[in-house]
Design a protein around this ligand. Structure first.
Ligand code: HEC
Length: 202
């Protein structure tokens, strides 16, 4: 019984030494697949003629999930490289709400909640972007706005790394809503709503 207790205490304390610094690699009874002959990222190889272990994918191959076949959807340009006039998705109220949500996160710091170009970063010194209702921007195709969000333009950085493609189109829709909000007239409001606003028809 006494010996049993001693052995138990000894075994139990072995665990306490596990995290102490050691010079030697840990002893592994059963290595499973912990150690395998393999290359580390960017390591050297004597096997390949260029001595680089990392290989370029064979020409004509595409990683799974990266086919991006539809140029209009993925670049905002058609197969002749022309910017597309319209968002290539149905513009639903969900898309618009998603656009508003993403816009408020990613664009307001510079462009402001209204798109007037007076975001907080501008108040702290960034060169102000033009308001979205600048006549030139009212006339640009949707593909241009998608391209600006994706790749940036002049002083604006690209957002393709932060914002996935479907969300970029949602932001384009909301960009149009912000423009519309600024340029709308009373005639854009349906008669029924107009009455509720206390303004008879025009
Ligand atoms: C870091 C600040 C910053 C953020 C964030 C930012 N922008 Fe901009 N944006 C700018 C600046 C600055 C310009 C003006 C670029 C110039 O003309 O030098 C600009 C210009 C634009 C233009 C006009 C492009 C043209 O043709 O002149 C559009 C459209 C636009 N931004 C959309 C967006 C949208 C949508 C987002 C959010 C996804 C966004 N921006 C986020 C700074 C920003």
């Amino acid at each position: 019984m006494k010996r049993g207790i001693v052995i138990f205490v000894l075994l139990a304390t072995v665990g306490c030494f596990r995290d102490l610094p050691k010079d030697k690699p840990p002893y592994k009874v059963q290595t499973n697949m912990f150690e395998q002959p393999r290359y580390e990222t960017q390591s050297e190889s004597q096997f390949f003629p260029d001595h680089a272990a990392m290989r370029v994918p064979p020409t004509g191959t595409v990683a799974r999930g990266f086919l991006n076949e539809d140029p209009v959807y993925y670049t905002g340009k058609d197969d002749r490289g022309q910017l597309v006039a319209r968002i290539p998705l149905p513009v639903t109220s969900e898309l618009m709400q998603r656009g508003q949500d993403r816009y408020n996160i990613y664009c307001t710091p510079c462009h402001g909640k209204l798109g007037d170009g007076q975001g907080m970063v501008v108040k702290r010194g960034l060169l102000p972007p033009p308001p979205y209702w600048d006549p030139r921007l009212l006339a640009v195709p949707d593909g241009h706005v998608f391209d600006v969000i994706s790749n940036g333009i002049r002083n604006m950085p690209p957002y393709k790394y932060q914002i996935p493609v479907s969300d970029r189109w949602a932001v384009v829709a909301y960009f149009r809503a912000l423009q519309r909000a600024h340029t709308a007239t009373i005639n854009d409001i349906p008669d029924a709503e107009r009455a509720a606003m206390g303004q008879g028809s025009k």
